[in-house]
Design a protein around this ligand. Structure first.
Ligand code: PMP
Ligand code: GLU
Length: 402
């Protein structure tokens, strides 16, 4: 449609939300659907956080706040970065926004000019390339193979950097693979960045708190303090505190960049919700011990899903360090025929078949830039996961050689 802007025509609707919408619509029609499509914790927001929000409402914290967040929230964020990541930010180096999504979008829009490149390791979270395009930049996708546990190698990073590179987006633990960089692996990447002083690092740490088996999370600016002045460290409360609907994300970074992001936010959405900010303040300042119980539960589910998928002929699945996703390969299914005679040409056909034949909603690997795979979000009950894996097995064994 000629009326629409060129930039909006370059991007697609978020595939994760598209699949979630389709699964929910099928459910509403009475179909028995198990939704492993959307990445959001099934746990409820902890009670102490809800209480803080209720108190904020009762106390009249129902007005606009400072564009970049209340002093209380910014203080809590400064404290969090110091406590968890050994990063010392001043309040001027902090911004709170409407979700990590808005932080990313603001940062890209505030910095990209036409021709600027942003390196994005694939598999990537669905929104990165489209956000770069919306902001007028050019995504440069670097494929990370399954053999390398879906992680970016220093050699591939080095080879992708050009004089036009403005940012590299790192996401550890990763959506969609759950892969996370050890300190040594991260140091190998930060060593490359130290050799290219024009490149900035956007570290999306939103799954920081969801790691297993004593994995020690490390963020780039912590691993290499020499990068502090060109790193934007992004985080949020959506995943760790099961607060996806509250819409609070935040970042720490160089003051000039934060100021530009604040300017953009002030001219678009203004502050994030005042009540949500009070809730996020309580989340960051509160007792963090509940996180361990939730991670223990996530880990049980991860192990269960992997154990069950291993029994499906033609599916292989790596064991990730964190997040609540697995990213199995469905290479063994490509070229096979469904009972009603359709050929599975790619991973999108495969997930469509799973949804239509067995009512299991997953997201196809093509949406994350690495095929043939599919993403399972195991942020749902073990009972649901067992049922879903049984159905996947049934669907796969009903396929016949093409
Ligand atoms: N980054 C990644 C990797 C994600 O998976 C998500 C999930 N939506 C986000 C950022 C944004 O989350 P939110 O906007 O809810 O903070
Ligand atoms: N990050 C989640 C996912 O990948 C939520 C949906 C979204 O923001 O894309 O499913």
């Amino acid at each position: 449609m000629p009326f629409l802007a060129k930039n909006i025509q370059k991007v697609k609707p978020s595939p994760t939300f598209a699949i979630d919408g389709k699964a929910k619509a099928m459910k509403a029609e009475g179909r028995d659907v198990i939704n492993l499509g959307l990445g959001e914790p099934d746990f409820d927001t902890p009670d102490f956080i809800k209480q803080a929000a209720k108190k904020a409402i009762d106390e009249g914290q129902t007005k606009y706040t400072a564009v970049d967040g209340t002093p209380a929230l910014k203080k809590a964020i400064v404290g969090k970065f110091q406590r968890d990541n050994n990063l010392t930010y001043t309040p001027e180096q902090i911004i709170a926004s409407t979700g990590g999504k808005q932080v990313l979008y603001n940062a890209l829009t505030a910095t990209l000019n036409e021709g600027d490149e942003v390196i994005i390791p694939a598999p990537y979270w669905v929104s990165y390339p489209d956000m770069v395009k919306l902001s007028g930049g050019t995504p440069v996708i670097v494929e990370c193979t399954e053999e390398n546990n879906f992680k970016l190698t220093p050699e591939d990073l080095e080879a992708a950097i050009t004089p036009q590179t403005k940012w590299v987006i790192l996401n550890s633990p990763s959506n969609p693979t759950g892969a996370a960089y050890t300190e040594t692996e991260m140091k190998a990447l930060t060593d490359v960045f130290m050799r290219h002083s024009h490149v900035w690092i956007m570290s999306d740490d939103i799954y920081e708190k969801i790691v297993y088996d004593d994995f020690k999370f490390k963020t780039p600016a912590e691993v290499e303090p020499g990068l502090f002045d060109r790193t934007l460290t992004i985080n949020g409360v959506s995943k760790a505190y099961a607060m996806t609907g509250w819409r609070i994300g935040y970042a720490g970074g160089p003051e000039e960049l934060i100021k530009a992001m604040k300017k953009l936010q002030g001219q678009s959405t203004s502050s994030p919700s005042s009540v949500s900010q009070a809730a996020a303040t309580a989340a960051l300042n509160g007792d963090q011990s509940f996180l361990k119980d939730r991670n223990d539960e996530f880990k049980k589910r991860r192990n269960r899903v992997i154990e069950m998928l291993k029994k499906v002929e033609g599916i292989t699945c790596a064991t990730p360090e964190g997040a609540f996703y697995v990213y199995p390969s469905c290479a063994g299914m490509i070229g096979k025929k469904t009972p009603d005679g359709k050929t599975i040409e790619n991973d999108e056909d495969f997930v469509t078949y799973l949804l239509e034949a067995e009512g299991v909603a997953c997201v196809h690997g093509e949406a994350f830039g690495l095929s043939p795979h599919f993403r399972i979000s195991y942020a749902t009950s073990e009972e649901n996961l067992v049922k879903a894996c049984e159905r996947i097995k049934k669907a796969c064994s009903a396929l016949t050689p093409g």
